[in-house]
Design a protein around this ligand. Structure first.
Ligand code: NI
Length: 152
């Protein structure tokens, strides 16, 4: 596993649409492992492939219960809403309240291509939405209600 460079705000890769993964091969597995390593090293709870410069629909999330791997993830059901502060490893030092669903059900593939569904609430629901947004070139600041920067 290797730590990759995290792309920062302003890089056009963060505004691009990621392509679906079609090949579940060793190259994908290496990307996933590197993303998990990079997320953990940066103390983040989620990372999307475009944040390491790869325009493929791959997300990793760890809200403290071990890493989740989401390949070609889709939100298939949401309910309720939550208003909490969030940040992004690509926008260091910036935080803001974003309205997200309270409960989110996703369908995704694992590293072997097998489909699964998972329901998350709280921070996990927020992470599903935040990271899947990255795959469509959306960052949390597009949806933020009030933005705060460190030192302000
Ligand atoms: Ni982010």
């Amino acid at each position: 596993m290797a730590v990759r460079n995290i792309v920062k705000e302003g890089d056009p890769v963060l505004r691009s649409i990621s392509r679906p993964v079609t090949q579940f091969d060793e190259r994908l597995s290496v990307l996933i492992d590197d993303m998990i390593d990079t997320m953990h090293r940066a103390d983040g709870c989620g990372l999307a492939a475009p944040q390491v410069g790869i325009l493929r629909r791959v997300v990793v999330i760890d809200v403290g219960e071990g890493p989740l791997i989401l390949v070609n993830p889709e939100i298939i059901e949401t309910s309720g809403e939550q208003l909490e502060s969030e940040g992004c490893l690509s926008c260091p030092g910036q935080y803001g309240v974003v309205k997200r669903p309270a409960v989110v059900k996703v369908r995704a593939q694992g590293r072997d291509g097998a489909y699964y569904t998972m329901v998350g609430d709280g921070l996990l629901a927020r992470a599903f939405c935040h990271e899947i947004d990255h795959l469509d070139g959306i960052i949390f600041k597009d949806k933020v209600i009030t933005l705060h920067k460190d030192g302000e």
